[in-house]
Design a protein around this ligand. Sequence first.
Ligand SMILES: [Fe+2]
Length: 350
Amino acid sequence: MQQLVRRGFLLGRTPSSGTERLNQGDLDRWNQGLPVFLPAQCLASLAKHRTNTEQTESLVTALIEDRDCDSVLAQAPYLNRLEPKFQSLGSIFNEGDQQEIEMVMFDAMDGDKIIAEDLWLKASWLSFHDDDVSLRFRFSFGVDLEEDVAADPHRQQLAAELTDAVFPESSIITKNSDLIDKLKNLLASEGVRFVERIIYFNGPNGGAYLHHDLERGHAGVVFAQLTGHTFWLALPKQNLIEEIIRFSKSTPWPNSLTLEMRKEMSDLVGDRCYLAEQLGSFANTSLIHLINETEEFVQFLIARGYSTTLKPGDVLLLPQTTEETCCWHSVFCLGDEMGQALSFAIRADQ
Ligand SMILES: [Fe+2]
């Protein structure tokens, strides 16, 4: 049993034994919006990529030590892998985004001809907490959070290739034929593509609050743990809503909720539609505090069987198909090691 600590909040311990509900088939779980746990799915290829993951750790160390990403990528071994296809245009620093570390812009070239513009790698901190150095590298194109990425599969594919050039360990997922077969089966698809890629480093005291990754054109997310350990709570949105209501009927509101917050939560659990809307807004601080920052609710979800522990080589699939069934998830770092993981959106290739 390990301590769960995130952004300064003590959230109890991991369960003594697995509480995952493993009595259903993977296809049933996927279709219901439940996470699909694939233990040791990529274990065999981790050793082959050790040099790459160690190189990536050096890049992360450079960023934590305040060196800029663009100048690291202008040196070996990155330059040879990026050029001539991907030409760096330098970095942009968005003053309005406090979590952003740096955004490196690229053109994709075919000889002297530009075949795609505005591809980017964006490095960001995962939280504002002083003792949390968790960060991620996200690859996409165009205006972040405004672009309809599904509408431009050409640039989406090039952004994916840009990830391969910077992080060759991406092939732990993209060349894993057994994993691809499983995904084709879950999606009833002839093929799959891995797009909107993110390389995660979850460090001690870090992780992610409950959220979804629903995006048009994507079926879900594949998350592969390469180094370190993470602990997950993952369940479909409709189950999360039911569990918040169930919690309110079985447990007093945690002491950390003020009287005003308790009143607000009582109003929310009395109206499913309002609760669903406030959950989706990511703006209700009482709700965010209850579900992410109280030991009582975290331990309630664990006891209800929604937790999974990932060790190096394990894979977790998170279906993201509809608003109601998309799998919401919350991540915690376990132990003292800042671990690397790959998180790629899955696109059915019909
Ligand atoms: Fe996510």
